[in-house]
Write a protein that binds this ligand. Structure first.
Ligand code: SF4
Length: 368
């Protein structure tokens, strides 16, 4: 097996050549996917770049035997579950897809804000007050396979920021109430967009040392949506003051943000949307436009490079990258690919078998 340390100091030029040599030898047996938030030099060598929804769908349909997925851990688990369904394995001539990570420590802090144990304890506590069968549990795709399995076991579903409105709407068609985890920001904005009244939405804080997540039992009984109080640290840095000042100084400026932003920021904006939607807004804006785009800073910097005819800014004073997404570097990519080609795969992500079936039940909502 090749050592990771042998790659760290290689030039980008040499790394690109070695990666290309693996790709030439592997042909269609290998696919490389990247999330929009990873560094530019990795985005440039990827076969496919997308947001969580697009990546999950593409993984489900990929015929490659090996997938190097440059993103964070929950994305690779999702790819493993979707790409290794029995019918997908049969279509690959009986071969399971190997899903590999450039760096096994690249996780998502938001996904880690709820565990399956916490989700089950949440269900038990709620069941003391309400009929739990009236709730559909919905989890953002930024969650572990175990949390997704909790949703599957309880008739729930998974959403991304691109399809949250549809998934929550489908949930209400099924049952009158919903739980939303782990992103309280996305959950609140989506519920309000569907016409749920603010007073029917409550937030369960797992950090308080009080019963029922610090909520009044009567409020829980009245609630139509109970949000788990998780959040993305990267998307909390946008500034209301900055947006208000921008509006005064540049009245024509457009402000668009990702729905992982706090509700107050969404309300100050012209619109919100998934990464794909934000890219579309920037693409369609006329030359000379000023746009404040509230999402991960590396992606905003790429937008700036690709649209030199527009002024694209970050809506705050302290631009923030996602530190986990930057862990996918070119030298780690080369190390993983060369080891795979030599028959000694490293950094293989395999979902724990006990979660696969139930997580898949919930994940079907991404494939519709
Ligand atoms: S940007 Fe936020 S939600 Fe996305 S992977 Fe990073 S920490 Fe998780």
């Amino acid at each position: 097996m090749k050592a990771l340390s042998d790659y760290e100091n290689l030039s980008h030029e040499e790394l690109r050549e070695r990666i290309q040599a693996v790709r030439d030898a592997a042909g269609e047996r290998l696919a490389v996917f990247a999330h929009y938030y990873v560094v530019d030099e990795v985005v440039e060598i990827a076969d496919f770049v997308g947001d969580s929804l697009a990546l999950a769908k593409r993984a489900a349909d990929s015929k490659a035997e090996a997938l190097l997925f440059c993103g964070v851990h929950f994305m690779l688990e999702t790819a493993d579950i979707l790409a290794n369904r029995p019918e997908k394995v049969a279509a690959r001539g009986g071969k399971e897809m190997i899903v590999m990570a450039p760096d096994m420590t690249a996780g998502c802090p938001m996904a880690d804000m709820i565990t399956a144990e916490q989700a089950n304890a949440w269900k038990d506590a709620l069941s003391e007050l309400v009929d739990f069968s009236e709730f559909t549990p919905v989890s953002y795709v930024n969650s572990s396979a175990a949390t997704k399995a909790f949703c599957g076991e309880n008739g729930g579903a998974i959403c991304t920021s691109a399809n949250a409105k549809k998934v929550l709407s489908d949930a209400f068609a099924q049952r009158p109430k919903a739980l939303f985890m782990p992103d309280s920001r996305l959950g609140r904005t989506t519920a309000l967009d569907l016409g749920i009244k603010p007073e029917e939405i409550v937030v369960w804080d797992p950090r308080v040392k009080k019963p029922y997540g610090g909520l009044d039992p009567e409020a829980i009984k009245r609630a139509r949506v109970i949000l788990w109080d998780g959040f993305c640290p990267t998307h909390q840095r946008f500034s209301a003051n900055f947006i208000q000042n921008l509006r005064k100084e540049t009245p024509d400026a457009q402000v668009w943000v990702h729905p992982e932003s706090q509700r107050a920021i969404v309300e100050l904006s012209d619109g919100y949307g998934s990464t794909s939607k934000l890219l579309e807004v920037v693409d369609k804006a006329p030359a000379g436009s000023t746009l404040a785009i509230g999402t991960e800073w590396k992606l905003v910097q790429r937008m700036q490079k690709e649209h030199p005819d527009k002024t694209i800014i970050w809506p705050g004073d302290d631009p923030k990258i996602c530190p986990n997404m930057t862990k996918a570097t070119l030298w780690k990519v080369a190390w993983v690919l060369e080891n795979w080609l030599e028959g000694t795969p490293v950094n293989v992500v395999k979902t724990e078998p006990q979660y696969v079936e139930s997580a898949y039940l919930a994940l079907k909502s991404l494939l519709n």
